[in-house]
Design a protein around this ligand. Structure first.
Ligand code: GLN
Length: 495
């Protein structure tokens, strides 16, 4: 029988329709793979019983002719999405025992369409990080290893590291992530899979634990662009429960893949040629331009002059919003409570013990930039520059239809690297944050391999609401790159 865990979502949907196997068989194969890859520590909570139960219900629906868009497809859900009756921790100690009484809109949409939940994946605590090393439940390990034979455990990227690692390990067919400044795109690049952050407002934020509300967006990870398109279809849509959800028509994303890119104008932001960009990444970027050119696209140089301020702006605005969003974790309403002699001491002890260092660092920065004497100097200023960054994109899009850049300035690094220097860690998102600040859709597609055998992604950034073109360009790059390499630990398994 075919190796069920190596199928794409599109292939599995066809095979389920043809009754080649059942959703229960497909799910059980993934539950088994989940246990085989437990050493990656990708999950905070596995939910095999729920998965099998859902699969049985899915088979019944299909038999009755009621199959949904993702009928019978086993997925992993980032542990930032509230799931009814299933512990949801945000990878924080402060939410160790939090069991939501409702489903987030987006995970609910996936289940409505017949998807099956394998478990809740680990992330950087409250989605703050680029390495999945700030989780209170331990590091997540990337299934890829360097080909140099050093055998070091590598980070999967972050914050959606568990979701990316488990899809790369072929133990889930797809997964959900969230992206505030790069948390879908950078882990997708590090793990050699595809991931798309849609336009801000495309997917509801309702029931997704908030980090920075003006930036947070849900999106899918999968092993192909087509699978991302299928998942995004289900995840998207207007939700009256989220006041920032946009009432925009959702196009047929999968159908958009078949169009040609002839005549499409692809902008190359010159400022993304940052100092110290590794030669192999610059080369991959060139290769990407060539692939698109040979499909009839026109390559155009554009300028995003304010993008050099994107990182400092982000590291004012995101902490500011997080400091206010995380004020609700006070030991009274949710999760952990450490009793003190009075209410204030209870707050202090709960927050001191419940939050990790990175979260505390951000709450302190956020509180500082929002405090009376500094508000205008930092917060207001950053808001103004955010507007300029967004205007740069709008201007660039007068000349082009999409932008192409590397996703990240490096391949996956070893666990522990960059740990002593938060600023160096923050540089991971230099290419992803500008689009986040402007609310634009962005996707990472596997496009090449580093000299030490690790996956590298290219990023496609689109106009607002134009995920369809982003996906189409991603599909062209994916076909041209035709990557067949697998993490060595999977090849051993197959052998
Ligand atoms: N790495 C960035 C940060 O630490 C982005 C995280 C994210 O997108 N959630 O904030």
């Amino acid at each position: 029988m075919t190796n069920l865990t190596h199928l794409t979502i599109a292939e599995a949907l066809d095979a389920l329709k043809k009754k080649d196997f059942t959703a229960k068989e497909l799910t059980e194969a993934h539950v088994k793979a989940t246990s085989e890859f437990r050493h990656l520590n990708a999950y905070v909570t596995e939910t095999p019983e729920i998965a099998v139960e859902q699969a049985e219900a899915s088979d019944k629906r299909r038999a009755k002719g009621e199959a949904g868009l993702l009928e019978g497809i086993p997925l992993a859900i980032k542990d930032l999405y509230c799931t009814k009756g299933v512990r949801t921790t945000a990878s924080s100690k402060i939410l160790e025992n939090f069991i939501p009484t409702y489903d987030s809109t987006v995970s609910g949409n996936l289940m409505r369409d017949g998807a099956i939940m394998l478990g809740k994946t680990s992330l950087d605590e409250f989605a703050m990080g680029s390495s999945n090393t700030t989780s209170a439940y331990g590091n997540v390990i990337n299934p890829w290893k360097r080909s140099t034979g050093d055998n070091a455990d590598l980070v999967p990227g972050g914050s959606s590291g568990g979701s990316a690692a488990i899809v790369a390990a072929r133990a889930a067919m797809g997964s959900t992530g969230t992206d505030t400044g790069g948390s879908i795109r950078q882990p997708a690049s590090f793990c050699g899979i595809a991931g798309i952050k849609p336009t801000y407002g495309r997917c509801s934020r309702w029931g997704i634990i908030a980090f920075a509300s003006s930036l947070d967006q849900a999106g899918p990870f999968a092993r192909t662009v087509e699978d991302c398109a299928i998942m995004l279809q289900s995840m998207s849509g207007y939700d009256p429960k989220d006041s920032t959800s946009a009432n925009q028509p959702v196009p047929d994303f999968r159908a958009a893949l078949s169009g040609s890119i002839k005549g499409l104008r692809v902008g190359i932001p010159k400022e993304y040629n940052v100092d110290g960009l590794p030669a192999e990444i610059a080369k991959l970027w060139e290769q990407g331009k060539d692939w698109l050119r040979s499909e009839g696209a026109e390559i155009i140089d554009v300028s995003l002059p304010h993008s050099k301020y994107a990182l400092p702006v982000y590291y004012i605005l995101a902490p500011a919003e997080c400091s206010s969003n995380l004020a609700r974790y006070d030991g009274v309403r949710y999760g952990l409570r450490v009793e003190g002699k009075d209410l204030t001491e209870t707050y202090e002890k709960t927050r001191a013990q419940g939050f990790g260092n990175e979260v505390k660092r951000r709450i302190m920065i956020g509180t500082y930039v929002l405090s009376a004497g500094y508000y205008d100097a930092y917060y207001t200023k950053a808001q103004k520059i955010r507007r300029l960054i967004a205007e740069d994109f709008a201007k660039a899009y007068e000349k082009c239809d999409v932008l192409l850049s590397p996703t990240a300035p490096s391949a996956a690094f070893a666990i522990g690297e960059n740990e002593d220097d938060p600023v160096k860690m923050y540089l991971n998102d230099v290419f992803t944050i500008p689009a986040s600040l402007a609310g634009l859709p962005g996707m990472s597609v596997p496009a090449g391999m580093s000299s030490d055998g690790l996956p590298l992604g290219l990023q496609i950034i689109g106009k607002p609401w134009d995920e369809a073109t982003v996906l189409r360009v991603g599909h062209v790059i994916e076909k041209a790159a035709a990557i067949t390499a697998l993490p060595a630990m999977l090849m051993k398994k197959a052998a």
